[in-house]
Design a protein around this ligand. Structure first.
Ligand code: PAF
Length: 280
């Protein structure tokens, strides 16, 4: 496995793969890898000749009062995990290498990035869309893999790829959970033991709402379940069309997605579930 810290190093490497017609799968990450990331890596490994993983804690997607400085990092452990998965290359640039000076150009999905979590974290999805565009341009993958946990991020990236005719497939991979149902996230290590014990309430709330017949009922079930956990500070509960993220109401006759953002202490956790309204 090659570790590339510069754009030119990773470009030289993928040029040699392209010359012999090899396909490239990309898994963009911010490091501190868990089984959710490794599931993306395994799928990329199975579907491509070469796999590139990027590790870059992107400052432009963090707000001024967010956790950029304390975002967990462990490069040695990440590299060992990726080596064991048979990854071909890791692109891990510095901030200076990635953003040369103060760039003028941004990429933004103008509607999708401003709703839902975009309201709670202004500028977040603009930072994501811009860095993912840069990572796509630098690594030129055939396929790029993203988890469904950040459902809005996935929608933003799919829309951006479609609108800007980016020549690659976006592959989504279901959320990987701990044994008690908590969605895997690099931020979980920042939870206190008490908050960690309380946090599976997100998954319980989503489970309980899975077969709700209407949007209003699903919303009430989720709110009541979350409210039963005193440590959960509910930031948002939204139920939206699973494809467009448009507002929905009434009976659930086509897939909708429940999107939760809940704070435990200083840690904001998100989770999601597609609800079909079908009886079990
Ligand atoms: O989901 C993440 O880890 C990040 O938002 C991403 C896609 C790597 C962009 O920085």
């Amino acid at each position: 496995m090659q570790l590339c810290e510069t754009k030119s190093a990773i470009r030289d490497l993928h040029a040699t793969w392209r010359q012999v017609g090899e396909s490239i799968g990309l898994v963009p990450t911010m490091g501190y890898l868990h089984d959710g990331h490794l599931t993306l890596v395994r799928q990329a490994r199975a579907e491509n000749d070469r796999v590139i993983v990027t590790i870059f804690v992107n400052p432009t997607q963090f707000g001024p009062n967010e956790d950029l400085a304390t975002y967990p990092r462990d490069m040695d452990r990440d590299l060992a995990l990726l080596r064991a998965e048979g990854v071909d290359a890791v692109f891990a640039p510095s901030v200076v290498e990635m953003y040369d000076g103060a760039p003028e150009t941004i990429v933004e999905t103008t509607k999708l990035s401003r709703i839902l979590m975009g309201r709670l974290r202004p500028g977040h999805y603009r930072g994501v869309a811009t860095v993912v565009t840069k990572l796509f341009n630098i690594t030129q993958p055939d396929r790029a893999y993203f988890g469904e946990k950040d459902f809005q991020q996935l929608a933003v990236i799919r829309r951006m790829v479609r609108d800007l005719d980016m020549p690659l497939d976006v592959i989504s991979v279901p959320t990987v959970r701990e044994a008690d149902g908590l969605a895997m996230s690099s931020r979980n290590v920042k939870l206190t033991p008490e908050d960690r014990a309380a946090a599976p309430v997100l998954n319980r709330a989503l489970d309980t709402a899975a077969n709700a017949p209407t949007v209003a009922k699903a919303h009430k079930i989720i709110r009541d379940t979350l409210a039963s956990e005193p440590r959960a500070d509910i930031k948002s509960i939204d139920i939206r069309d699973a494809e467009t993220l448009a507002r929905v109401s009434g009976p659930i006759t086509r897939p909708v997605v429940a999107l939760l953002a809940v704070r435990f202490g200083n840690v904001l956790l998100i989770d999601q579930r597609v609800l079909t309204g079908e009886k079990p």
